[in-house]
Design a protein around this ligand. Sequence first.
Ligand code: 13P
Length: 252
Amino acid sequence: MSNRKTIIAGNWKMNKTPKEAEALLGDVLNVAKGAACEVVVCTPYVDLPCACAVAKGSNVNVGAQNLHFKASGAYTGEISAAMLQELGVGYVIIGHSERREYFAETDATVALKIGAALAAGLTPILCVGESLEQREQGIMGEHIRTQIKIALADVAAADMGKVVVAYEPIWAIGTGKTATSEQAQEVCKLIRDTLAELYDDATAQSVSILYGGSMNAKNAAELLAQPDIDGGLIGGASLKAEDFGKIIAAAK
Ligand code: 13P
């Protein structure tokens, strides 16, 4: 048995105004009471001050959905790691497929962002995953290994305990089409094997690997029962406190 953390993280994406966020987070705090796992909610930037204030002193952690890798400067519209850290944000999603697809993020910028997050004491949730086309072409494994290797190229083994990896097959995000527990386990194991190759077995065993992609109140328990799946990164179902609560309850 490993002692790695089970983490249930919600990614609200571009949903909820600050007022709406305050209400939803209040409900999340209720359903998360006494949770046996680490609970995280990743809100839009403008919701973060309120979310950090509401979650203060509770067992719910607040995360951002992105950051910029530079410390400061002429980068209009961007947010630095220090800005997040000062608010009390603990986690940050990095390299989500929507950022890679719509905002031209590359493995190289993802690597820089991981470094910036770690330097500021934030826990990065590194997202990787293949498209349906890559899966069908048989290059899924190669693609995911490349994403992992480049993203973590500058991360020392000693820092890997502070990195969370999320496997999110692009074809399963927001589609209602979940990877089967076997498919999700296969890739999460591939990620762990890649970490063992890059670092060592003990390091690989210490990293929490999450599954994301249409995880919901009904399918969570089966996915979370897989040996290499240590939690979930949840989009749609994290916007309904009751459903999110059921997923938290499924994480033992
Ligand atoms: P859905 O749960 O809505 O499929 O989103 C998954 C995701 O992208 C989480 O980051």
